[in-house]
Design a protein around this ligand. Structure first.
Ligand SMILES: *Cc1c(COP(=O)(O)O)cnc(C)c1O
Length: 713
C-alpha cells in the first residue's frame, strides 16, 4: 500500500527516509517538533496543501528534498522529531505504569460515528467527533491500550459556502484516498481486511482502513468497494447525510461490521466503549457471539453488559436515533444467526417511548446493554437520569446507574503554538505531562501582567492575519461579491475587543440571542474609543431549515451599517477555523437554552489559550465558573417560559458587556495594560486547564469506567 502510494513521488534521500512514516502517523499533528519538520521542509507547499504532509511528500520536488537532506538545521529538527516519536513508543507513561493494571492487560475498543483528528481526514461534523479525536490522542499520550472504530466517509461532512444573500450552500468534496493519512488495515496473515456485514437479506462488504495516532490505532470501515451494489457503495459516502434508512444501515455496518472487523484483525477487546448510541448494535453481535458459544441469552447479556461502557452526549430528544420496529427487523434480518430464537428479547432491549409511541431507540439499547453509563457534565448526568428514568422502572431515582465524567480537551491539539512555547518557557520542560495538576498552573500567578497581555495581543493579531488571508482567498480565487467580503470580516479592527461565537447553528444554542435589542447592541459595538466586534462561525445541519434561517439573519447583520462593519461571519467552520478562533478572540460567547448543552468543549479550548468564557451556566460552565475566571450569564427567568428566558438572558448579557467586560478590557494602566482583564485571563487558564483537559478526563474513564468494566465477575 505505502509503496504504491508513493510510487509517483520523488524518492526520499536515505538520510530522511523516515519522513514517510512520520507523515502517516497523525501524532505529528500534536507534536510541535514533528510539525516543525514539515513546515521547514517546504513552507509554501505546507501552506498550499493545508498542512497535509502525505500530500506534500507526493508533490515535493526532488531538489527540495536534496536541499533538506543537506541542511544541518533541518536535519536537527528531523532527528528530534523522529527520536521523540521513537522514545514515546518505547517508554511506558509513569501514570499508566502505576495504574494500568486496572485493565488487567486488556484493550479498550472505542466506537464512534465520527472522529475529528485533523483537517486532512474530514470524517467529523462537530463536537462529538472532536471529543472522540481528543480521547484517542490522549490515550496515545498516556499509553492506554485503545483502538478506535469508525467510518471512512469518502465525502465526509459538507463544506459550507454562503450565497450573496446569506443562504447556506452545501458542497461535498470527494476525499482522495491517496492524499489522506490512511493505510489498508491488514489481518494477522498480512492480507487487506475485508469484512462481510449481513444487511437485510443481502451482504455488504466493508474494507478497513487504519489510521495511526501515535500508540493508538483507528480502524475505519468503508463500503465503497466494486463488489458492492451501487447503493451499498454509497452507504458510507457521507456523514449524517442520508435519510433514516441510510442511517440505520450505517449503524448496522458500524456496530456489527465493527465487531467483525476487530475479530478479523485479531483484536480482542476487554472493554467496549460506545461513544453515543450510533454504535449500539455492537451489543447484538456480541450477544450473538456468546450465544453461539453456548451461553444462554441472559448470561450472554450479562457478560456484554459487564464489559460495555456507554457515554451519552445530548439531552436534545432529536439527538437520539430511533427507528420503527419494521425498519429494524428488515435491516437486521440477516444478523441473528443462532440468536434468532431470542429475537423478541433483543428487540425489547431497544424499546422506548419518547412521547410518539414505542420505537426502537439506540440510546435505550445502549443503556440496557451497558453496566457503565455516563453523561458528560455533572448537570448532564442529572438531566440524563431524569430523561431516561423509564429504562430502570424498578430502581429508586437516586440509584440509577448513570454517572458523569465531564468532557475535556486535548491540550497539545488546542493550545496555540505561542502559548505552548510560552508555557515551556515559564513552566519548565516536562510541563505537558502534568496538565491536570493544579499545582503546575499556580505558577501562572508569578508571571508579569505585561507578558500575559503581550501574549494575548499577539494571538489576536494572528487571528486577524488568518481572517484577512481567508477573505483575500475568497476574493481572488472565488471572485465572491463585495458583500461577502464585508461579511467575512474585511473591516474588523485588530485592536478591538473581539467576541467569538462559533458552533453548530441550531435553535437551542440561540445564535441570535445577542440581537434581541439591536439598538443596545449597536451602542455597545460602535462605542467610540471602546469598540467591540463579533465574529460568528458555524454550519447548520443540511436538514435544519430553522437553523439556516438563523444563519442567514446573522449574515445579514454583518452587512448592516448600523453595526459599523464590526460583525463578521467566517464560513465553513471546521477544526482549522476553530483553532484560530479559540486562539485569537478575547471572549468566548456561549448562550444555549439551559440545560440543553450537555457539556460544550469550545469554551474549554478558548480558556486554555487565555480566552475567558462568557456563558450561560450550562454544561461544563455550571462547574467551571468560579466568579473570577470568566462571566456567567444568568437571566433568572422562569425556565419553563422560553420567551421570558430569552429576554432575561439577553438583558443579563448586555449588562455584563456594558458594566464589566468592556470597561475591564479598555481600562489601561500606565504601561497600557488592562490589569483587571489580565487577571481574568490568568484565572481562566489557572482554574480551567487542569480541570477540563482530556488528561483529567481519560484518567477518570480508566479508573471509573474501564477498570470496573475489565474486572472479571
Ligand atoms: C470544539 C468544536 C466543536 C464543539 O464545540 P461546542 O462548544 O461543544 O459547541 C464543534 N465543531 C468544531 C469544529 C470544534 O472544533
Amino acid at each position: 500500500m505505502s509503496e504504491e502510494r508513493f510510487a509517483s513521488a520523488a524518492p526520499l534521500p536515505s538520510r530522511i527516509h523516515r519522513l514517510h512514516e512520520l507523515s502517516l502517523d497523525l501524532w505529528w499533528s500534536w507534536d510541535a517538533r514533528a510539525r516543525d519538520v514539515f513546515r521547514r521542509l517546504d513552507y509554501p507547499l505546507w501552506r498550499r496543501t493545508l498542512h497535509n504532509p502525505v500530500k506534500m511528500l507526493q508533490q515535493i520536488s526532488e531538489q527540495r528534498l536534496r536541499e533538506a537532506a543537506g541542511n544541518p538545521q533541518f536535519l536537527q529538527a528531523y532527528d528530534e522529531a523522529i527520536g521523540g516519536r521513537d522514545e514515546e513508543r518505547r517508554l511506558e507513561h509513569p501514570w499508566w505504569n502505576a495504574n494500568g493494571q486496572v485493565l488487567g492487560g486488556g484493550t479498550v475498543a472505542y466506537f464512534s460515528a465520527e472522529f475529528a483528528l485533523h483537517g486532512s481526514l474530514p470524517i467529523y461534523a462537530g463536537g462529538l467527533g472532536v471529543l472522540a479525536g481528543d480521547h484517542c490522542k490522549e490515550a496515545s499520550d498516556l499509553g492506554v491500550p485503545l483502538v478506535g472504530v469508525g467510518f471512512m466517509y469518502p465525502q465526509g461532512y459538507f463544506h459550507q459556502r454562503m450565497s450573496n444573500d446569506g443562504w447556506q450552500e452545501e458542497h461535498y468534496e470527494r476525499l482522495s484516498w491517496t492524499e489522506a493519512p490512511i493505510e489498508a488495515a491488514l489481518t494477522p496473515e498480512g492480507r487487506p481486511c475485508i469484512t462481510a456485514v449481513p444487511l437485510g437479506d443481502r451482504t455488504v462488504l466493508a474494507a478497513v482502513w487504519r489510521v495511526r495516532l501515535g500508540r493508538v490505532r483507528l480502524f475505519l470501515l468503508d463500503t465503497d468497494l466494486p463488489e458492492n451494489a451501487p447503493w451499498d457503495r454509497e452507504l458510507s459516502a457521507r456523514l449524517y447525510g442520508g435519510d433514516r434508512e441510510t442511517r440505520i444501515q450505517q449503524e448496522v455496518v458500524l456496530g456489527i461490521g465493527g465487531v467483525r472487523a476487530l475479530r478479523a484483525l485479531g483484536v480482542s477487546p476487554t472493554v467496549w466503549h460506545l461513544n453515543e448510541g450510533h454504535a449500539a448494535f455492537v451489543a447484538l453481535q456480541r450477544i450473538r457471539e456468546h450465544v453461539e458459544a453456548g451461553a444462554s441469552f441472559d448470561d450472554a447479556l450479562a457478560a456484554v453488559r459487564r464489559s460495555t461502557v456507554f457515554t451519552t452526549h445530548t439531552p436534545v430528544p432529536a439527538g437520539h436515533d430511533a427507528f420503527t420496529f419494521q425498519q429494524v427487523e428488515k435491516n437486521l434480518a440477516g444478523c441473528w444467526g443462532e440468536m434468532g430464537q431470542h429475537r423478541e428479547r433483543f428487540l425489547a432491549l431497544g424499546e422506548f417511548d419518547n412521547g410518539y409511541g414505542p420505537q426502537f431507540n439506540m440510546t435505550a439499547l445502549a443503556m440496557r446493554t451497558a453496566a457503565h453509563i455516563n453523561g458528560v457534565s455533572a448537570l448532564h448526568g442529572e438531566v440524563t437520569r431524569t430523561m431516561w428514568r423509564g429504562i430502570w422502572p424498578d430502581s429508586p431515582a437516586d440509584q440509577l446507574p448513570v454517572r458523569f465524567i465531564t468532557n475535556g480537551v486535548h491540550v497539545p491539539t488546542w493550545m496555540a503554538a505561542p502559548v505552548f512555547a510560552w508555557c515551556t518557557r515559564h513552566l519548565g520542560a516536562g510541563w505537558l505531562d502534568h496538565t491536570d495538576d493544579p499545582q503546575l498552573w499556580e505558577r501562572l500567578l508569578e508571571i508579569p501582567d505585561t507578558e500575559l497581555w503581550a501574549l494575548r495581543q499577539r494571538l489576536r493579531q494572528d487571528l486577524f492575519v488568518s481572517i484577512r488571508e481567508r477573505t483575500r482567498a475568497r476574493w481572488t480565487d472565488e471572485r465572491v461579491s463585495p458583500n461577502r467580503i464585508v461579511a467575512a470580516g474585511a473591516m474588523l479592527d485588530p485592536e478591538a475587543l473581539t467576541i467569538g461565537y462559533a458552533r453548530r447553528f441550531t435553535a437551542y444554542k440561540r445564535p441570535e440571542l445577542i440581537f434581541r435589542d439591536v439598538e443596545r447592541l449597536a451602542r455597545i459595538l460602535c462605542n467610540a474609543g471602546r469598540p467591540v466586534q463579533l465574529v460568528f462561525a458555524g454550519k447548520a445541519h443540511p436538514a435544519d431549515e430553522p437553523a439556516k434561517h438563523h444563519l442567514q439573519s446573522v449574515f445579514k447583520r454583518c452587512l448592516d451599517p448600523a453595526f459599523g462593519g464590526r460583525i463578521a461571519f467566517i464560513d465553513d467552520y471546521d477544526m482549522h477555523v476553530a483553532h484560530y478562533l479559540v486562539h485569537g478572540c478575547d471572549v468566548w460567547l456561549n448562550n444555549p437554552r439551559k440545560p440543553l448543552e450537555a457539556s460544550g468543549t469550545s469554551g474549554m479550548k478558548a480558556s486554555l489559550n487565555g480566552v475567558p468564557h462568557l456563558s450561560i451556566g450550562d454544561g461544563w460552565w455550571a462547574e467551571g465558573y468560579n466568579g473570577r475566571n470568566g462571566w456567567l450569564i444568568e437571566g433568572h427567568a422562569n425556565p419553563d417560559d422560553p420567551e421570558a428566558t430569552d429576554a432575561a438572558d439577553a438583558q443579563a448579557l448586555y449588562g455584563l458587556l456594558e458594566n464589566e467586560i468592556v470597561p475591564a478590557f479598555y481600562e489601561r494602566n500606565a504601561e497600557n495594560v488592562p490589569e483587571r482583564w489580565v487577571a481574568v485571563v490568568r484565572e481562566a487558564m489557572r482554574s480551567n486547564i487542569p480541570r477540563f483537559s482530556t488528561r483529567r478526563m481519560l484518567k477518570q474513564y480508566v479508573m471509573e469506567m474501564y477498570g470496573p468494566a475489565a474486572r472479571k465477575p
